[in-house]
Ligand binder design. Structure first.
Ligand SMILES: Cc1ncc(COP(=O)(O)O)c(C=O)c1O
Length: 480
């Protein structure tokens, strides 16, 4: 496929700037800031652009084009009504510097979203600023750090993270200045309580967990875990990336968590992937609310919405302006469309779909743990090695069947892991087809393993060098 620059023909245009109907500005720009030559932009028509990007889009796998059971990422269908509301001019054409009086509708939406997320998570206050899950984790850790220091706990330098945790958890805690202590999982895939107790010293500032955990298993000892943490004045942090499993069933706040981050771009149905805009709100219990990033949106006694900047203990701002607003509009639309019962039903179906696949696939594949799972489960792919193939080879052939691979090699505690999260939005036919494809590929692995080494066959590109883009980054087009 050609680059957009290769479609360029001198004189073609897709955009015409209107004649000025205001006086030309008299500002004298400093000479050194002016270009010597115009930028070398491609000269293309509007139709050239439409066709180029439509073709480019078709090369990609997406939730709209096929099943995407990427574990831990909740790649569910995103109803188009979310985009419709996000594109209303009153939301999409406002400027963050506008006076509060002129954007009351947007502030009301943010306020209501804060309230809804507090209700769903069982928290008392929330910030919508963080731009992604990992950013929420960092924000949460900075809140915990400042709170503990203010309370005089200068010795609390450690954060406990289970060995099944998502990689961003220890990374965020480390970035916030903590040292990481890893605790083991037991044979059921749950936090090893004895190991937790052994590591729970006075120096521990927080225990960072997700529940259900990354094996898709609900930490049934969560009440005991919270007691162990709180008895040592450590706080409990909830990674909300797995909230899709429990909406309307249990709330992190009721389980004893002090801080929660959510991934609006997962649970609350915003398209994501490829680094697209996300949102990682952080909810806290009352004692931590003064430390939230400022401003938060409040409502005064006359029902007027405003940004509350009067937060002297706040950790400060964590993102420019107020966060990714269009993602908030999508999430709020989704919550209103689903309602209380709809959100609960979504979680029930997500869990049902995962267990349906788990039980069916367990006839041919080893599942990491026998327990009934929540929204996802993990296949241990180590048996594939008998046939001379690895999980990586196996999943490449899924692409030839129009199925995006599951998350692989995570969690780290499962050998040759394949982590499957079907989500609630897939129907039985899709699940049955995927189960059949998994079984068919297993047969190929047994009889023609070389085929798996060579897969994928039908994708626009075959096997990519997965680290080249980071190690040998090229961001400039060079026609010469
Ligand atoms: C369990 C878990 N925690 C945290 C994150 C980080 O979220 P984000 O990708 O939005 O930074 C992810 C993302 O995959 C996750 O699965």
């Amino acid at each position: 496929m050609k680059f957009i620059f290769e479609h360029s023909v001198e004189g073609k245009k897709a955009f015409r700037i209107e004649e000025l109907d205001v006086p030309v500005s008299e500002i004298d720009f400093p000479k050194h800031l002016l270009r010597d030559l115009p930028p070398e932009l491609p000269q293309v028509s509007e139709l050239d652009i439409v066709r180029h990007y439509t073709q480019l889009e078709k090369l990609n796998h997406s939730v709209d084009s096929g099943f995407y059971p990427l574990g831990s990422c909740t790649m569910k269908y995103n109803p188009f009504i979310n985009d419709e509301t996000a594109s209303y001019a009153g939301f999409s054409k406002i400027h963050p510097y506008e006076e509060e009086d002129t954007v009351q509708g947007a502030l009301e939406l943010m306020y209501n979203l804060q309230q809804s997320l507090c209700e769903i998570t069982g928290m008392d206050a929330i910030t919508l600023q963080p731009a992604a899950g990992a950013h929420g984790e960092l924000t949460g850790m900075l809140i915990i750090r400042k709170y503990l220091l203010d309370k005089g706990f200068t010795n609390k330098t450690k954060v406990i993270v289970p060995d099944s945790a998502h990689g961003t958890n220890p990374a965020s805690a480390k970035m916030a200045g903590f040292d990481i202590v890893q605790v083991k999982s037991d044979e059921h895939g749950l936090v090893d309580i004895q190991d937790l107790k052994m590591n729970m010293t006075d120096e521990v500032a927080a225990v960072m967990l997700t529940n259900p955990n990354t094996l898709g298993i609900f930490e049934k000892n969560i009440c005991e875990i919270q007691k162990i943490a709180h008895e040592k004045n450590a706080l409990l942090y909830y990674d909300g990336a797995n909230l899709n499993a429990i909406m309307g069933k249990v709330r992190p706040g009721d389980m004893g968590f002090d801080v929660v981050h959510l991934n609006l771009h997962k649970t609350f149905s915003t398209p994501h992937g490829m680094g697209g805009p996300g949102s990682g709100p952080v909810g806290v219990k009352k004692h931590l609310s003064p430390y939230l990033p400022k401003p938060v949106v409040e409502m005064d006694i006359d029902g007027k919405y405003y940004f509350d900047n009067n937060m002297p203990l706040s950790i400060g701002k964590v993102r420019s302006f107020y966060g990714n607003f269009s993602v908030m509009v999508r999430a709020y639309t989704y919550i209103l469309m689903m309602g209380k019962d709809g959100l609960r039903r979504a979680s029930e179906l997500a869990v049902l779909n995962a267990n349906y696949m788990r039980v069916k696939l367990s006839k041919s594949f080893k599942i990491s743990h026998e327990n009934v799972c929540k929204h996802e489960f993990v296949i241990n792919g180590s048996a594939l090695k008998e046939y001379g193939v690895k999980t990586l080879d196996f999943v490449k052939m899924l692409l030839d069947n129009g199925i995006h691979p599951p998350t692989v090699y995570f969690p780290l505690i499962v050998e040759e892991a394949m982590m499957i999260e079907p989500t609630e939005t897939e129907n039985k036919e899709t699940l049955d087809n995927t189960i059949r494809v998994f079984e068919d590929i297993l047969k190929v692995a047994k009889t023609e393993p070389q085929k798996l080494h060579d897969a994928p066959f039908n994708t626009p590109v075959r096997r990519l060098d997965e680290t080249k883009a980071t190690k040998d980054l090229k961001v400039r087009y060079n026609s010469k």
